[in-house]
Design a protein around this ligand. Sequence first.
Ligand SMILES: Cc1cc2nc3c(=O)[nH]c(=O)nc-3n(C[C@H](O)[C@H](O)[C@H](O)COP(=O)(O)O)c2cc1C
Length: 341
Amino acid sequence: MIDVSGRAIPIVQAPMAGGVSTPALVQAVTSAGGLGFLAGGYLRADALREQIRAVRQATDQPFGVNLFVPEPPRREVDLRPYCERLRPVAERYGVTIPEPDWQDDDFFAEKVEMLLAERVPVVSFTFGIPDAGVIEAFRAAGSTVIVTVTTADEARNAVTAGADALCVQGPEAGGHRSTHRMTDEPGRAPLVELLRRIRPGVPVIAAGGMATPDAIAAALAAGASAVQLGTAFVRSDESGAKQAHKDALADPGRPDTVVTRAFTGRPARAIRTSFVEQFDGATPAVHPQVHQLTAPIRAAAAAAGDPEGLALWAGTGHRTARTGPAAEIVAELWTQAERLR
Ligand SMILES: Cc1cc2nc3c(=O)[nH]c(=O)nc-3n(C[C@H](O)[C@H](O)[C@H](O)COP(=O)(O)O)c2cc1C
């Protein structure tokens, strides 16, 4: 089992699903002394295995893999009124809205089986806590197990279930909030306050809005062993983010981010766009079915290079995200953060 806080540089590159976390990004951050994460969400086991093998070919350093924990489907929710609202937007993009797939559990079991066989150094879970048996199996396979939490209750439950470390995610974070029930409204207490409140007795990785050396130093001073940064790497050379996403982070005309269910049915922080304006507050808390329903719209927007229909995940610090090699971003942030400690 590896000590996640024992890396030369306590900066973790967040798993970023949807193609942002590439093997090249993981390798770059890991070789710079941090800890890189592959994102398993929305991928089949085979595709994720290929990425793991690509990382292993490039480096012998430890790295992590993240999975989304599925919840029982909320079949009781009638999605037809929501589909009716989506329809004009889909027509504008020339796509059709699919039928919801209620069997979709993000291929969780097949990915768990594959990761156990691959014996990856670190595994993290988002959106919930896997069964104690799954955690135990990973620990027996030599993997360090991290669970992402957003409240003190979730933290307690994760430690009781056997997590080796927690990723404590604050409301500043870009992308999905890791609330353990999709119907929960995410908390608003700032990350530093959460870090003071959550003393789990296992190492804590702090996540959310950290884009400057000051924010990193503050999280470490508040008790975190390491910090997890997502948005700071979205514009990096090795990031697989779409160009429209990278550009939007730096666009002075897009200063606001908002936590919205509009794209996937789960709360996530994104740059405000016309799609967010139209569907924020009007989207049922049904994940991943809402993700399935909006996917063709997002794909068409991506193909057209149109940011208005894209899920532009971004944390509150997005305006400082910069371009360049990820290793340089790690080194620059850490050199300055260390001086502030
Ligand atoms: C583009 C993007 C995709 C993300 N995808 C995931 C994911 O697949 N799994 C996960 O646990 N967290 C994901 N997150 C959230 C990060 O783990 C982390 O909590 C967040 O990036 C921290 O806030 P920051 O973006 O302000 O640094 C994502 C964040 C971003 C920006």
